[in-house]
Ligand binder design. Sequence first.
Ligand SMILES: C[S@@+](CC[C@H](N)C(=O)[O-])C[C@H]1O[C@@H](n2cnc3c(N)ncnc32)[C@H](O)[C@@H]1O
Length: 266
Amino acid sequence: MAVEAPETQDINGKQEKTSALPAPEEKHDYVRTMFDAIAPRYDLLNSVLSARLHHHWRRVAVNQAALSPGDAALDVCSGTGDLAFELARRVGKTGSVVGSDFSAPMLHLAEKKRQSASSRDTVRFTLADTMVLPFPDHTFDAVTVGFGIRNVSDIPKGLREMVRVLRPGGRAVILEFSQPQNPVFALLYRWYSFTLLPFFGGLVSGRRSAYEYLPSSVAAFHSRQEISTMLNDAGIQDVQIRELAFGAVVVHSGTKPESAGNGKRA
Ligand SMILES: C[S@@+](CC[C@H](N)C(=O)[O-])C[C@H]1O[C@@H](n2cnc3c(N)ncnc32)[C@H](O)[C@@H]1O
């Protein structure tokens, strides 16, 4: 039997609207169905709703991956592939990038972009659940996730998988929405994300519920400190936090210790 999500929930001391969130046991299928449905309008809405700032945020995140030409990188929850293409610019023609996602329609669009990209021979996309990655241990020099980890139904499990396939000494990077700390900006952001974003997102995508899920899932998401602790628990050290867009976007990054394996790719 489906469990009704509560209309509101106490999140960081405030009653936030959470009726747009699925029950935990339904999240996996709910999220996949939602992204399957909004895929055709995803890139357009990303650019419009972020005023194209998402390109800058991705570049900042990829900087944290500290990649060199010839390296191998994985971008999980890769969607339409923008972060994977940014990684490809850093590893160059001698490197390799895999983008993985569980939504075939999102990956289909990524694949279409790949075919006309200058990095088409560097990047490949594969259908995979972030909680069960089809790669051997210690495979990649960096593993990234952009606006995806919040959507994974078991976040610690997803992080453990990301770290498992990362080589010792490699970098893990999470780019994600967050709650701005400045009270004035936080107020403006709430209005934007709970009013304008669902209205406009709904109008363009025809799926208002997806753009109600977005602010609700950000409001219900873990704090920066909790994400840092989860990364530590998954085996990542020296976690650093970088704020963007007045704290509405945050990059967490850290390193898998050399002592976590033999240092060689499997
Ligand atoms: C908001 S989109 C982000 C896409 C892309 N990373 C970007 O930066 O634009 C979230 C993506 O996570 C994917 N996703 C969510 N949970 C997943 C899981 N368990 N395994 C694989 N992909 C997942 C969705 O299919 C969707 O494409």
